[in-house]
Design a protein. Structure first.
Length: 248
């Protein structure tokens, strides 16, 4: 979905309504997860192209995984989509000696409960990076899609301890935030758990509980133990309500 009115309020409103339509048409059904994220990822790509027009090219390339040591946050639909992808690709990857579920479990055991700063200092690479490539790239999170740099050498330097500034792509950050917030707001309006979760721990829960998707679709906050605690959730909810009030 491409939004022609570039104002943040109009963008949020259009995306919120689009997500609400998907939820209304698929409420309680397993294909709700795919429907939400098909809209989210497609809208991110389409609107990023609009917002990034005239901006410098990003310098992210296959094999550059410097930022893949950062803490990653995700919504419940993203966690559930990745869990399904891991299960579907497990037989093929095991033939190559790669067990993603075990890699997630190991990473979760090492990083659970760490703050964002502590996670960076840990310097543990994302469990999905194999030979410099992301093994879940087609279903990677909005957080990953929205993090891009104009200088990969600066990223590598920062991970090595340099004090230089990383030239992060602002269009990527903005579009990711607007799409993600609109989806969260629509989920909240329809009584689905709408928080942001630390990816490793939430995925470990999803992969060890066979009915996680069904429980989430039933309105349960199945990933509550992985909720990002430093987020001010009530303030975010109030902001969503204020934005929607301005649209009507």
């Amino acid at each position: 979905m491409s939004v022609q009115d570039n104002s943040p309020l109009a963008f949020f409103g259009a995306m919120h309504d689009a997500f609400a339509d998907v939820i209304a048409s698929r409420h309680g059904r397993r294909d709700l997860i795919e429907g939400l994220l098909s809209l989210a990822f497609g809208s991110f790509d389409g609107n990023l192209q609009i917002q990034a027009e005239g901006q410098p090219e990003v310098d992210c390339r296959r094999g550059c995984a410097a930022c893949c040591r950062l803490r990653v946050v995700a919504t419940a639909p993203e966690v559930l989509l990745i869990a399904a992808f891991i299960r579907a690709t497990a037989p093929r990857l095991r033939e190559r000696g790669i067990d993603l579920a075990q890699r997630v479990a190991d990473a979760d055991a090492d990083t659970r409960g760490l703050s964002e700063i502590a996670r960076v200092q840990r310097k543990r690479r994302c469990p999905f990076i194999v030979k410099g490539a992301c093994t879940i790239y087609p279903v990677r999170t909005l957080a990953c899609r929205g993090h891009a740099s104009h200088d990969r050498r600066a990223c590598a330097g920062a991970m090595a301890g340099d004090d230089g500034v990383i030239p992060i792509s602002q269009p990527h950050l903005m579009v990711r935030s607007m799409v993600q917030n609109a989806m969260q707001s629509a989920l909240r309006d329809h009584d689905y758990a709408w928080g942001l979760y630390e990816l490793n721990h939430a995925l470990h829960l999803a992969l060890t509980e066979d009915n996680a998707a069904e429980r989430w679709l039933d309105g349960q906050d199945v990933f509550a133990p992985a909720l990002i605690e430093e987020m001010k959730w009530q303030e975010m909810a109030n902001t969503f309500d204020a934005l929607k009030a301005r649209l009507h």
